[in-house]
Ligand binder design. Structure first.
Ligand code: FE2
Length: 106
């Protein structure tokens, strides 16, 4: 991926994240969209750290590899936590949306 492709790739992710966070619409389900965007972003981070680890291995850079492996575990833990909690976040949003006088936005 060259610099131009990389820039447009990240611009697309930022646009997607803004959309998912509700910044460009008034759907009212920002919490669910933000959880989805975060889950998506965590997986991009996981892929990035796996690439960095492979690169560090190729360069015999043990220190960088160890740091990236530590961060990768944290990213995987966060992705797992989000995966486990997406259904309950969605359920809470739907329950609040159905309850008069209760906001589902925050
Ligand atoms: Fe992360």
């Amino acid at each position: 991926m060259d610099r131009v492709q990389s820039t447009s790739y990240f611009a697309a992710i930022l646009e997607f994240t803004a959309h998912c966070s509700g910044a460009c619409c008034r759907c009212g389900d920002e919490i669910v969209k933000a959880a989805l965007a975060t889950y998506t972003f965590e997986h991009m981070e996981i892929g990035s750290y796996r690439i960095l680890i492979a690169t560090a291995e190729a360069l015999a850079d043990t220190e960088t590899k160890l740091v990236c492996e530590q961060i990768l575990r944290e990213e995987e833990n966060m992705a797992r936590w989000l995966e486990e909690n997406l259904p309950s976040v969605t359920k809470q949003y739907l329950d609040r949306e159905q309850t008069p006088g209760v906001t589902a936005k925050h």
